[in-house]
Design a protein around this ligand. Structure first.
Ligand code: B12
Length: 388
């Protein structure tokens, strides 16, 4: 660690940490707390989770497991974790139409939080006389068990829904962490939080009951292979047929296990300047989504997290939602999508048409596109629907 003269040489340890907290809050984080690294129970849970294949196709979770389990593997000599959260509880009630994960109503938090993390690093440098070598910041994408660190720092506790739940903000916090070689005074964990997963949930198990696919296989443990969030966002290929009906009207991500949590009664409307609301994306009617062109997709979802699934992924999800709607009004658009350029979209459109009208009518509606279909994945979908 560099011994450069710091801006706050006059401040003693605790006063300097208080000044750090004050400046980070001023940057737009809603909660700023400190933890001391050490063995995390979650590290063992992570290994068991990976060993059971619950990470689905997220192979990067395996590759980064050692670092996630031990932050010293990320930053040798790490002495503190700065645990940060940004409240994103939306001010507007959800609109009718396809359902989106709430975080999709903001510009991508990875991008909008990053400048504040850069600035936070500068604050550390100024207050402690360290260099940029002495810290690493992450939001979501780094090899860091963010929930576990925020639990250790006392921001909240890990609930039966696996979420970091804050008594002050409920479930709606984006998390970020700074690992640093600076020694900071640790904040205490919440009373009772460390007694184990869901210790502060009591007898409540609304999240486990609410999960449409039974993905919360044990309290605090998500099997990503059946989590709607994974299936509609992270997963690239066709959505396994067994889960499509349960996805219902969810077009991107799922908040069910978080939304039913009684601790949300403490949530407050988001007001951080680090969030850029984009509620208009969430108001797009299903008919417009089914008809999206690459240009329109890029325009509407520019800078939002939705760009991650790309147009084909969103159309795939939209077909599932339309198929589950029970509403024949979408048939025309779906038949058109059964002739789309992407096999992924064609396959889901075939499923949706068949689900809406049954085998005989679907066969008639799809006859034209079926006659020219050559892709094995799409042909398999026709076969599975008995439309050979
Ligand atoms: C991979 C990932 C996913 C995967 C897998 C989910 C999962 N549970 O791991 C998928 C794609 C399914 C997913 C979904 C979602 N995610 Co996500 N995801 C991540 C990511 C990148 C890594 C998580 C990870 O390490 N998983 C491995 C498992 C083992 O860890 P875990 O569930 O997080 O952790 C807990 C258990 O192991 C448990 N645990 C701890 N000790 C013990 C001990 C025992 C004995 C047991 C049994 C368990 C246990 O606590 C561990 C953490 O401390 C993090 C960002 C990050 N870098 O941390 C975001 C993150 C966890 N996701 C986030 C969000 C918002 C979501 C969604 C709500 C998005 C949406 N609306 O669709 C859903 C919610 C699903 C859920 N209830 O977990 C937020 C959570 C915010 C919060 N307040 O908790 C994070 C922190 C991103 C961020 N920076 O804000 N996610």
């Amino acid at each position: 660690m560099g011994a450069g003269a710091s801006q706050a040489d006059a401040l003693t340890g605790d006063a300097r940490a208080a000044e750090l907290r004050r400046r980070l809050l001023k940057l737009g984080f809603d909660t700023v707390r400190f933890a001391v690294p050490g063995e995390l129970p979650a590290a063992g849970a992570l290994r068991a989770w990976l060993a059971q294949g619950m990470h689905a196709d997220m192979a990067w979770m395996e590759r980064s497991a050692d670092k996630r389990a031990d932050p010293a593997g990320v930053l040798p000599g790490v002495r503190s974790v700065v645990a940060l959260g940004v409240n994103y509880s939306p001010q507007e009630p959800p609109v009718p139409g396809p359902r989106w994960a709430r975080y999709a109503g903001y510009e991508d938090y990875h991008d909008t939080l990053k400048p504040a993390l850069v600035a936070a690093g500068r604050v550390l440098e100024a207050l402690y006389g360290v260099s940029s070598e002495d810290y690493r910041y992450y939001v979501d994408a780094g090899p860091v068990l963010e929930r576990a660190w925020l639990e250790r720092a006392g921001t909240g506790f890990i609930g039966k829904n696996a979420m970091l739940i804050s008594p002050e903000w409920g479930n709606w916090l984006f998390l970020a962490a700074i690992l640093t070689r600076v020694e900071l005074p640790a904040d205490p964990p919440l009373r009772g939080a460390t007694r184990g997963i869901g210790a502060l949930c009591g007898h409540c198990d609304r999240c486990q009951t609410a999960c449409p696919t039974g993905a919360l296989v044990r309290p605090g443990v998500i099997d990503a292979r059946r989590c709607v969030s994974y299936l509609t966002i992270e997963h690239r290929g066709p959505i396994p047929r067994e889960w499509r009906a349960a996805i219902g009207d969810k077009i991107y991500g799922c908040d069910d296990c978080a939304a039913v949590c009684p601790w949300n009664r403490f949530s407050k409307p988001a007001r951080s300047p680090l969030l850029v609301a984009r509620p208009e994306c969430l108001r797009l009617p299903l008919g417009e989504i089914l008809a999206l062109t690459p240009e329109r997709f890029a325009e509407v979802f520019r800078r939002t997290p939705v760009k991650r699934v790309k147009l084909a992924g969103l159309l795939r999800n939209a077909c599932v939602v339309a198929g589950n709607s029970g509403d024949g009004v979408w048939l025309e658009a779906l038949v058109k999508l059964a002739g789309h350029g992407e096999p992924l979209v064609r396959a889901h459109a075939v499923w949706a048409v068949s689900r809406l009208v049954g085998r005989a009518e679907a066969g008639a509606l799809l006859r034209g596109v079926r006659a020219v279909e050559t892709d094995p994945q799409v042909l398999a979908e026709y076969a599975a629907e008995g439309l050979v």
